[in-house]
Ligand binder design. Structure first.
Ligand SMILES: NC(=O)c1ccc[n+]([C@@H]2O[C@H](COP(=O)([O-])OP(=O)(O)OC[C@H]3O[C@@H](n4cnc5c(N)ncnc54)[C@H](OP(=O)(O)O)[C@@H]3O)[C@@H](O)[C@H]2O)c1
Length: 318
């Protein structure tokens, strides 16, 4: 798919030197679409590919795509992200998140290409009460988290220099996410109840995409030596899902949109097939120390995204 600069109000503040073509797996996903949009705006050669042309769980498909695109860098933004459905679709979750991630990493390694992979805060069980660092013990509570953890292991085994970025609570103008669900509920429901006892950090896919490009720039113009490993990468700050919803509704009200009454509930009041960590705030200082990249406070980025959605209403139908 060729890059085209479709409208976004969000600022681009990354300057990249020529790194050759970046291949991004996961074309229709939030992160892939933000990467595509940013790359088009700053004139970086970047190709996004997804199913049916590329199935990362199929080695022949991965090889075919590597030959066709002949990239200089590979980013894995493809994943099985349906946290609840993963509990019953285990095979799919592991095939994509574990085996697929490993296959892509191996294909990049065989060609000596930098590889960036994205993982999740759900590798942790949430028993801590201060931000998790990369070396903390992992203990996923559900199939999605375990499959992503197995993916980290497979990627590291296949490609020792791979950069693995754990992020959390991703939202954007694209696809399905919590922010868009809240906006939809605000239009149709007088009262919305949201859990107030799970803490984490909402992270804008646009910010993530900017960070990924900055990291690639450093990987391809070796300022950073031996950068392979796991890094935490989220926005700054923390809240609960209820706090996130409150900020979304405040943002809607400030933009003259109708808002519902918001009520806090406990996890026990909203049982789901997959257990989620009660606390999954990530400490991102290792990434900042290594790559000099730090994401903005989550509320500031939420504002930028709401501008994109509310002021440009057509983005909702993307
Ligand atoms: N969303 C979050 O809240 C969150 C939180 C923490 C970490 N992460 C991680 O961040 C990364 C990006 O997430 P996201 O929110 O951008 O995900 P997303 O919007 O769910 O997109 C994932 C994309 O991967 C594609 N995909 C699935 N299986 C594939 C396969 N076998 N081959 C090729 N493509 C495949 C999907 O394609 P289809 O359109 O064909 O299904 C989808 O377009 C993922 O690694 C995710 O685990 C996400």
């Amino acid at each position: 798919m060729p890059a085209s600069a479709s409208g976004s109000l969000q600022r681009v503040e990354v300057v990249m030197r020529d790194s050759g073509t970046i291949l991004v797996a996961g074309r229709a996903g939030q992160l892939a679409r933000c990467l595509f949009q940013l790359a088009a705006r700053i004139d970086v050669p970047l190709v996004t590919v997804g199913r049916p042309e590329l199935d990362i769980g199929d080695q022949a498909s991965v090889e075919r795509m590597m030959r066709k695109v002949n990239p200089a860098v590979v980013v894995n933004a493809a994943a099985y992200t349906a946290v609840e459905k993963a509990q019953t679709e285990r095979e799919d979750a592991y095939r994509i998140n574990a085996e697929g991630a490993g296959l892509l990493a191996k294909a990049a390694r065989q060609r000596s290409l930098p590889f960036v992979h994205v993982s999740t805060d759900y590798v942790f069980d949430g028993r801590k009460s201060e931000p998790y660092v990369e070396s903390d013990v992992t203990s996923p509570l559900g199939v999605y988290g375990q499959s992503k953890l197995d993916g980290e292991t497979a990627v590291a085994a296949a490609h020792a220099d791979a950069v693995i970025l754990r992020t959390s609570w991703v939202y954007s103008a694209f696809g399905a996410n919590f922010m868009k669900t809240m906006i939809r509920l605000a239009e149709s429901h007088p009262t919305v109840r949201v859990v107030d006892d799970q803490r984490g950090t909402p992270t804008s896919a646009h910010d993530l995409a900017l960070a990924v490009l900055k990291i690639i720039d450093q990987l391809t113009h070796p300022r950073v030596q031996q950068a392979g490993g796991i890094y935490h990468l989220t926005a700054t700050g923390e809240t609960t899902w209820h706090g996130f919803a409150a900020a979304i509704f405040e943002g809607l009200r400030a933009r003259d949109q109708r808002i519902p009454k918001l009520e806090p509930i406990g996890t026990a009041d909203y049982p789901t097939p997959a257990k989620r960590p009660a606390y999954s705030v990530l400490n991102c200082t290792k990434l900042e120390r290594t790559f000099g990249v730090r994401l903005p406070p989550w509320r500031r980025s939420l504002d930028a995204c709401l501008d994109q959605l509310v002021v440009q209403k057509e983005a909702l139908t993307c």
